[in-house]
Design a protein around this ligand. Structure first.
Ligand SMILES: Nc1ncnc2c1ncn2[C@@H]1O[C@H](COP(=O)(O)OP(=O)(O)OP(=O)(O)O)[C@@H](O)[C@H]1O
Ligand SMILES: [Mg+2]
Length: 278
């Protein structure tokens, strides 16, 4: 029997899916969430229920409030109206149930990748348990051979893997990803998408993923939330949920399927990109 290797990590796919990294997954409820900065309304009346373990992609034009929405989930910003609850408890301050990863890996340059990942461990994690978890995560993201390197000694994709592992080290109930692959080249980006699927199979936490890439959203998400201002809304109204699309098919999905092509066109239209009919 031939061994199936995960395209992203080079690990045996069967190992990945059978190895469940200890994890939690929390539900997230947005109830009438609005956010204004001074007199400027950015978000208005965002309401959606996210199930435990669900992967939600958030799409929207630049400046529509995607990062602000994630910050509100993490308690880094408070909503002006409405409430976000994680597993039924309202978020009122920086919430330790969330972990964030950004477009830039934001690693400490003087620490090894392994030491950077261990910075994500919850405070008071017993040393041996922490070391074991970091090792497990380093393995999961395919960095076993580079764990002792410093960030400047590795590629952007590897640094981003370490950043993902650091976020997972916290064992978050909600993983918040703000354009995590936005700075990577196209090929690395595809590999990282596969890696995220592997990660979610091994540690099926709830994921809110902000992306500008419609194909990435369709490849990774259970549902895609399109944020934006409704056409008939006042020009100074904030962005709300324009549509929520359930993506058909089990992951990994066939990137060239007809069904996804149709959804892609719909979502692009929602982002203001017109269809070209051949
Ligand atoms: N702390 C703040 N004070 C004032 N305005 C802010 C603040 N944070 C965000 N904004 C404004 O809110 C709007 C939404 O910002 P946000 O960063 O959430 O957008 P975004 O959808 O993530 O954009 P991008 O796709 O470019 O990352 C922007 O116009 C931004 O200038
Ligand atoms: Mg943003």
């Amino acid at each position: 029997m031939s061994t199936v290797l995960s395209p992203a990590t080079g690990l045996e796919a069967s190992t990945l899916t059978s190895t469940r990294i200890a994890n939690t997954a929390d539900s997230v409820s947005f109830a009438g969430v609005g956010k204004s900065f001074g007199s400027r309304t950015v978000l208005a009346d965002v309401s959606v229920e996210v199930e435990r373990g669900e992967v939600i992609a958030i799409l929207g034009t630049s400046g529509c409030g995607k990062s602000t929405l994630l910050r509100i989930v993490a308690g880094l910003d408070l909503p002006t109206s409405g409430v976000v609850s994680i597993d039924g408890t309202p978020v009122s301050r920086v919430d330790s149930r969330c972990a964030f990863a950004f477009q830039e890996p934001r690693l400490l340059p003087w620490r090894t990748l392994e030491a950077n990942v261990s910075l994500g461990l919850p405070k008071k994690t017993p040393k041996a348990a922490g070391q074991a978890r970091v090792r497990e995560l380093i393995e999961l993201v395919g960095l076993a051979d580079s764990a002792g390197h410093r960030p400047r000694e590795v590629s952007g994709g590897m640094a981003q893997r370490a950043s993902l592992a650091r976020a997972l080290a916290r064992n978050p109930g909600v993983l918040l990803l703000d354009e995590p692959f936005g700075a990577l080249d196209a090929l690395t980006r595809l590999k990282m998408q596969d890696l995220l699927l592997d990660i979610h199979a091994a540690a099926p936490t709830t994921i809110l993923l902000v992306t500008h890439d419609v194909d990435e959203a369709l490849q990774l998400a259970d549902r895609v939330v399109l944020l934006g201002r409704n056409d008939d809304a006042a020009p100074d109204a904030g962005a709300g949920i324009r549509s929520i699309v359930t993506v058909p098919g089990a992951r990994p999905r066939d990137r060239s399927s007809h069904e996804l092509a149709e959804l892609r066109a719909e979502l692009l239209e929602g982002l203001g990109i017109e269809r070209h009919h051949g």
